[in-house]
Design a protein around this ligand. Structure first.
Ligand code: FAD
Length: 504
């Protein structure tokens, strides 16, 4: 069947988004599609973005990336989850650990057995049944897809890495796959008179680069989707008050922890992300409740080691484009919207966008149905993550600072209210369609921030009390045994040829 294929694709922007798009699309369509990427070293990239979530493994696998080579090239470390400190109440600490918690019994999810035992006086933490959390706290990691001889899953993990080095790594791959890189600044965008499609980008020197299809990866500048096509931006500031980040790097003073830390302050929160050669730190805060000077001071006071660069302010707006795909332009990365890095989801959203674009890749006709479906799917992705992040802000009992009181009292999206109420009243949670975060992730944040269900599922009563305790004890023993056999995280990385503080 003759098809009017798109032959020329221009990616504008070479940050993490641009090079992820270039690497995957060249692998999938390199035979028939000429891909050019234009970027400007003078403008540079956003220069932050260090924590990821497990689906990035699928992306790397699709590119046939060797994990050890990737970890060495990006100064990467392993991430088993995110530890949240002071989020529910001052002094609280819990982890959103990847992977499962406990094990279901008969048809009833594990949480109901846990709640029943708790109601009977058992004092375990939910996370005593999380292999990931316990390995993270012990500073251990090894490849463990399953706990042998049991039905229990093993460790689920993601990475911390330097996103600039990751982009560089992907650039090498993409260029080997035929992508042509052009250095220079885009000064303008030329639209076709008949239908307003983008015809070409105009470079500072006057040259025009034409293409059939354009991917806008110009970061927060959004040169094509925003400036040229005037697609609007939906602001979510009413639910997510933070609009600034101060970022700074510090020396490692101890072996890298295999997890991200997020510590709430009075008007925002601070991340700590350990790489092999340094630690990334940042304070995300709301300018309505704190000045940049104060936020910088709090960040610097909270560093574990000496800082290695000057603090940098990044201003942002939380929300999404009204449309991600308009005419022959698809916005990917920061040009398409932004959700603060509380659950490390931006690089994941890039991955989702690139994969969805590949599955809905247009031909020259740019049938509106393709863009409509892509937009529908990406809106779901963004809104599901938005609700999850809003949950962290809303479910707090901190009365020490006005921002937290405001967030606890604010009206949240109906979709979130519904979910919190169902969990509070019944301990039940349901994952909606293909949303990113599973039941176990929602459950950890809700319980971690003190939303305790008022009852458990009566199916959990089917197990006699003695058997229930034996079931729970056995889970803990099996997990403890598996963790004791794992190497230290630092030793694991060293064995892959990575240079890590504290490795034997
Ligand atoms: P950029 O990195 O800004 O790249 C834009 C590109 O466009 C550059 O190559 C630039 O040179 C080019 N460009 C722009 N204008 C022009 C022009 N006129 N001509 C030519 N080229 C041009 N994500 C995570 O997943 N995990 C995290 O932990 C995380 N932390 C973050 C912390 C903060 C404070 C912020 C703000 C973001 C964080 N992110 C995180 C998001 C992550 O940094 C971005 O999603 C990711 O880096 C992608 O950025 P980008 O490629 O869209 O944009």
């Amino acid at each position: 069947m003759a098809q009017d294929r798109v032959r020329r694709l221009l990616i504008v922007g070479g940050g993490t988004a641009g090079w992820m798009a270039a690497a995957l699309l060249s692998r999938m369509f390199g035979q028939t599609l000429a891909i050019t990427l234009v970027e400007s070293e003078d403008i540079g990239t956003i220069g932050v973005g260090e924590a990821t979530i497990p689906p990035i493994q699928t992306f790397n696998d699709a590119l046939r990336i060797d994990e050890a080579e990737f970890l060495r090239a990006t100064q990467g470390t392993i991430k088993l989850g995110i530890q949240f400190n002071d989020w529910g109440r001052l002094g609280d600490s819990y982890m959103h650990a990847f992977g499962g918690i406990g094990h279901h019994h008969a048809l009833s999810p594990f949480v109901h057995y846990f709640l029943r035992a708790r109601a009977a006086g058992r004092t375990d933490r939910l996370w005593d049944y999380s292999l990931n959390e316990r390995a993270a706290q012990a500073g251990k990691f090894g490849k463990l897809p399953a706990i042998q001889g049991t039905p229990l899953a093993g460790l689920n993990y993601a990475y911390h890495f330097d996103a600039g080095l990751y982009a560089r790594f992907l650039r090498d791959l993409a260029e080997r796959g035929g992508v042509v890189r052009r250095e220079g600044k885009v000064a303008g965008v030329r639209l076709r008179g008949s239908d307003g499609f983008v015809e070409a980008v105009e470079m500072e020197g006057g040259e025009a680069i034409e293409a059939d299809c354009f991917i806008d990866c110009t970061g927060m500048r959004a040169l094509l989707i925003g400036d040229a096509l005037k697609v609007g931006f939906i602001d979510w500031g009413q639910w997510l008050p933070c609009d600034r980040a101060i970022a700074v790097q510090s020396e490692n003073v101890a072996p890298p922890r295999p997890y991200t830390q997020s510590s709430a302050h009075s008007a925002g929160w601070q991340w700590r992300i350990p790489l092999q050669h340094r630690t990334g730190n940042g304070h995300v805060f709301s300018s309505a409740w704190m000045s940049e000077d104060e936020a910088t001071q709090i960040l610097l006071d909270g560093l574990e080691g000496p800082r290695v660069n000057d603090p940098r302010v990044i201003r942002f707006r939380t929300g999404r484009r009204e449309k991600f795909w308009d005419r022959n332009v698809i916005a990917i990365g920061l040009s398409s919207g932004f959700l603060e890095p509380l659950e490390s989801t931006s690089i994941h959203l890039i991955q989702q966008a690139v994969v969805k674009l590949a599955t809905l890749f247009p031909d020259q006709g740019f049938a509106p149905a393709f863009a409509a479906e892509y937009n529908r799917q990406m809106i779901d992705e963004f809104e599901g993550i938005r609700d999850f992040i809003v949950l962290h802000y809303h479910a707090n009992q901190r009365d020490d600072a006005p921002m937290w009181r405001h967030c606890a009292a604010m009206a949240v999206p109906d979709s979130l209210t519904r979910r919190i109420e169902l969990f509070r009243q019944s301990g039940r949670i349901f994952r909606e369609q293909n949303e990113l975060f599973h039941e176990v992730g929602w459950m950890q944040v809700m319980i971690g921030q003190n939303i305790w269900p008022q009852r458990y599922d009566h199916m959990a009563d089917a197990l006699p009390e003695g058997e229930l305790n034996e079931f729970l004890d056995n889970l803990k023993i099996i997990m403890g045994g598996a963790i004791s056999r794992l190497p230290d995280h630092a030793a694991y990385l060293a064995q892959l040829g990575c240079k890590v503080v504290g490795a034997a």
